[in-house]
Design a protein around this ligand. Sequence first.
Ligand SMILES: C[S@@+](CC[C@H](N)C(=O)[O-])C[C@H]1O[C@@H](n2cnc3c(N)ncnc32)[C@H](O)[C@@H]1O
Length: 264
Amino acid sequence: MTPQVFAILSALIEEQLGIHYEHADANLLADKLTPRAADRGFESLLDYYYFLRYDPEASSELAALADALVVNETYFFREADQLAVLVSILTELKRPARVWCAASSTGEEPYTLAMMLRERGIADKVSILASDVSTRALSRARSAIYRGRSLRALPDAMRRRHFQVEGDALRLDESIRRAVTFRPLNLFDDAGVAALGEFDAILCRNVLIYFRDSGVSRVVERLTRRLVNGGYLLVGVSESLLRFSTALTCAERSGVFLYQRVDS
Ligand SMILES: C[S@@+](CC[C@H](N)C(=O)[O-])C[C@H]1O[C@@H](n2cnc3c(N)ncnc32)[C@H](O)[C@@H]1O
């Protein structure tokens, strides 16, 4: 890939998906893009660039490209202390609540929350929307069949109560599957995010690490606008927002850090 093609392709990827590549990563990016471009029948990365920039079908290709660029790694009960605190907060709310899992990957995170809400007896009170830019991850989430590393932190009691064994895999029960609505959404799609309405809590965990600081700020601002006054944003445990100037207040509860929208 020539430096010029790297410059325009990496700028496009950062603008559309938030994912940042340094010049030193040019070969790494070329290794990921070249097979994708060839599969789609493009003779050069420059042709692929023009397609991504100008073709009406570019957004679905960008979603597929995100699969090649970002790790979908996730698992049930990941960073579950945060989710337990969120469940307590939602239990205290004396009205129906809306939660959005903003980079839900293959579904383990929103389904874990749905199980925890069920265990607490408040599943009917909370609606869960889950989204991801990757349509492949979303179709795996909808199929709700899991095996291997995805199950490594799943407590035995949850496994027994909410899954059926299917060969070497586990199928999540219909009642938990129905508690989560999945839809494709890119966190850099301003209009798409704005159309979602307001939430009492947003989970945006283990995805901000892929973005440059300017991208993190843009996404956090966009998500903050989607929180009700008093609503919470949860980011991954390794993704502190303290070095960013955000409109959110950092709150600590049972050793867990949350960011709260508090309008004056
Ligand atoms: C490592 S997974 C995190 C999954 C889950 N939140 C967790 O903490 O286990 C990161 C996910 O972010 C998604 N992602 C990356 N860039 C995105 C974007 N611009 N908009 C929406 N999702 C994005 C990826 O497709 C991937 O599924």
